[in-house]
Design a protein around this ligand. Sequence first.
Ligand SMILES: O=C(O)CCC(=O)C(=O)O
Ligand SMILES: [Fe+2]
Length: 320
Amino acid sequence: MGETRHFVIRQLQARFLTSALLYLNKDYRYTTFGPACILRSPNGTFTPKTQPMSTTISSSDVIDFVVHKGNGITGLVELGIESVPEQYIQPLEERLDPSKVETDESIPTIDVSNWDDPKVADSICEAASKDQALEYVKWGDLLIRRLLEVLLKRLNVKAIDDKKESMLMGGMSINLNHYPCCPNPELVLGVGRHSDISTLTVLLQGESGGLYVRGSKHDSWIHLSPVKGAPIINVGDALQITSNDLYKSIEHRAFTNRNQNRVSIPIFAKPGPDAIIGPLPEVLESGQKPMYKNVVYKDYMKSFFGKAHDGKQAIEFARI
Ligand SMILES: O=C(O)CCC(=O)C(=O)O
Ligand SMILES: [Fe+2]
């Protein structure tokens, strides 16, 4: 059986990439891009300046403005900063080396225009009367079910019963990610290297680009250029674990853009918090050695969110 790495789907024509999802956690606010030069004036407000932040203002003042005062990175950008504060600048090894970027030719495209599913019509009609986020979630839910049916069939799973549904998609969530323009995108993180901990993720991105997935060479990356109407489908750690490594989640990362804001909207289909995840019995029936132990999903989440993003390290929590 071949492994699925990434898939991207278009409504009628799909590009399949697989990868993992990224969750926003507390670290996000500190590790993702923030603007550069601001000074606190005597009345306590911030004014933009052009010298490096580190020489003019303490790190705690930035955090106070961004986090405690709730201005966010967007607030800093709106001040008109011209370079990023030193605290956001990544070490060389975490920046993107342009010589390590592969073309995206290796990423297959799957056309799903012939899916003959009456539920598609139902969902379109329903969506026409609901708000946009709900419409997107419902559409994502249907897409995820279809994808899981296909992926699990290869694992000898005949039907997705209630137990499997709770194990694979008992929890659904949606994130709205906004990455403001950054004066020095090459120096900072948008979102650090990670694999998603979901089963599958459906992600729509705006037109500015900036999402990279791990390439075929161990230190290379592939840029997923935005394709209008084509969501990226990320295979997450939960699918890697339940498939006993047949499907693999993949590292990905996102960068900011100098001139355009980046927006991405991932839907995460993940196990319910109390679900116990481990290699599916159907997979082990063939005599395969289990690569993962059974873990309670909320413990897995706790372990993931308790650390900074670090590539595919999260899955080690469940490895035997
Ligand atoms: O902006 C992106 O595309 C990255 C988002 C992501 O990886 C995530 O939310 O898990
Ligand atoms: Fe992600």
